[in-house]
Write a protein that binds this ligand. Structure first.
Ligand SMILES: Nc1ncnc2c1ncn2[C@@H]1O[C@H](COP(=O)(O)OP(=O)(O)OP(=O)(O)O)[C@@H](O)[C@H]1O
Length: 243
């Protein structure tokens, strides 16, 4: 069953056709990546998926609910993390997570917050104000917030952008293990091709607001006659086609 169905999404900002007819699905337990050069339309697509940006046309259906008509129910089983999100800066880490645990109407908020502090290895930061954290520490708190409601669909805009290689590796493992165990679906954007190779079952290359290539990392490398996704990216970004 598909948890997310995106159909013919379009969004124009003035003269810029940011998203120009994007369609894809994410199945239960599937990890799907949107890749592409800066300005390709990935974040705009994610924001339309989340109902943060209203599409000019096209539809988004999440867990069978239409995003325009029934946003609250569509999003009840989803969550989102991005390094540009701002959590309440003056609150301490534990307080931030507690606010979200209540917003999500979790049954045992204190227990769940404690679990997330341990899972993301941020227990030692629980009394620090969010604004005072390093960017990598903030990323962990944002991921803790995104996992609080045990989402069936986790949407991540560059999930490890601020993390050191060791922390990024641990977070990738954590997300992949959790997804495998719970059947969680993920929709990810990333500029880290190895991350995508490791985490994602399917990749959509976006260029100029359109999906221009789709497949698993191995399928795409084969189609373009190159060794890995990084090389596919360079070919696609520079206007090259399959071999
Ligand atoms: N709110 C906005 N107002 C005007 N133009 C916008 C707005 N948001 C995005 N754009 C434009 O839409 C295009 C797509 O931007 P988007 O952020 O979706 O790209 P992206 O693929 O996520 O890029 P990056 O890899 O740099 O994050 C860009 O040309 C951008 O300047």
């Amino acid at each position: 069953m598909d948890v997310l169905t995106v159909t013919a999404l379009r969004k124009r900002f003035g003269p810029v056709e940011a998203v120009d007819g994007v369609s894809f699905t994410v199945g239960a337990g599937e990890a799907v990546a949107l890749l592409g050069p800066n300005g390709a339309g990935k974040t705009t697509t994610l924001h339309m998926v989340l109902g943060l940006t209203r599409p000019d046309s096209g539809t988004v259906e999440m867990f069978g609910h239409d995003m325009t008509r029934d946003r609250a129910r569509a999003l009840a089983r989803a969550n989102f993390a991005a390094s540009y999100l701002h959590l309440p800066a003056v609150l301490r880490v534990e307080e931030v997570l507690t606010v979200y645990a209540h917003l999500y109407a979790l049954r045992r908020p204190a227990v769940r917050v404690a679990e997330m502090l341990e899972l993301l290895e941020i227990g030692h930061l629980r009394r620090q104000r969010f604004a005072r954290l390093s960017s990598g520490q903030q990323t962990r708190v944002l991921l803790a917030k995104a996992l609080l409601n045990d989402p069936g669909l986790l949407i991540l805009d560059e999930p490890t952008a601020n993390l050191d290689p060791d922390a990024a590796d641990r977070i990738r493992r954590l997300l992949a293990e959790q997804a495998a165990r719970s059947g969680r679906a993920m929709l990810i954007t990333s500029h880290n091709m190895r991350e995508v190779e490791r985490m994602c079952d399917r990749v959509h290359f976006v260029s100029g607001g359109r999906i221009v290539a789709t497949g698993s990392a191995a399928e795409l490398a084969g189609a373009y006659g190159v060794d890995d996704l990084e090389a596919v990216f360079l070919r696609v970004a520079r206007g090259g086609g399959p071999a």
